[in-house]
Design a protein around this ligand. Structure first.
Ligand SMILES: N[C@@H](CCC(=O)N[C@@H](CS)C(=O)NCC(=O)O)C(=O)O
Length: 211
């Protein structure tokens, strides 16, 4: 049985759960992280020396980094995982680049919007950090808004794990929980986000209230 370690309200865990749902893969999820602890235990650190979530394990194999977890889940499904992870080199690289971009560019830019608005008590919120994160992440989302301006349905045409990786973070841009005055509108991006909302995996794991 494939085991997913990580609390379900983590964006990076959501990616893996949504991906598993798309594939219909059976798994067991075990809470870890924040109020659940676990991540600092020697047993967990032996699996994942970063003490971060998610970590997945199966038959002695251990994988961490959420995007690598999604790739593993797709590869074990075989073929192109029903289109989620295309096999043709140029198509696969197209998917991979958006997943790398989410990690390297989008996440550092958007982090303080989520953390300040959702995880920081009102009295301690630093609106300077919030505004800086809105500006930085809007530059990233504007890139995708322009991309979707050509009428494509998903990042690389058909739905892939790149849409899952970015969709979990788009939740942290469009969600009512993070709205602040002055956030730019991105109509083409919003239309893509609405399409993601039609997928059962999004509805089940990503749509619930952020906390
Ligand atoms: N780049 C890593 C980031 C992992 C990460 O930072 N996860 C957060 C949750 S989204 C975490 O472990 N937070 C500490 C905790 O929950 O205790 C990945 O994509 O898996």
């Amino acid at each position: 049985m494939l085991i997913v370690h990580g609390r379900a309200n983590s964006a990076n865990v959501m990616k893996v759960l949504w991906c598993l749902e798309e594939l219909g893969t059976p798994y067991e999820r075990r809470d870890a992280g924040m109020e659940h602890g676990v991540v600092d235990t020697p047993a967990y650190r032996a699996m994942n020396p970063n003490g971060r979530i998610p970590t997945i394990e199966e038959d002695g194999a251990v994988i961490w980094e959420s995007n690598s977890c999604m790739r593993y889940v797709c590869l074990r499904a075989g073929g192109d995982a029903g289109g989620l992870y295309p096999a043709a080199p140029a198509k696969r690289a197209g998917v991979d680049r958006w997943m790398d971009w989410q990690l390297s560019t989008l996440s550092p830019a958007e982090r303080n919007l989520f953390w300040q608005m959702v995880r920081t008590p009102d009295a301690k919120r630093d609106m300077g950090l919030v505004q800086a994160a809105v500006t930085a992440s809007a530059e990233c989302w504007a890139i995708l808004d322009r991309l979707f301006g050509d009428g494509r349905a998903f990042l690389e045409g058909d739905f892939t794990i790149a849409d899952i990786a970015l969709g979990c973070f788009a939740r942290r841009w469009f969600g009512a929980e993070v709205q602040v005055p002055g956030m730019p509108q991105f109509p083409a991006l919003a239309a893509w986000y609405a399409r993601l909302g039609e997928r059962p995996g999004f509805a089940k794991f990503v749509a619930p209230k952020l906390f």
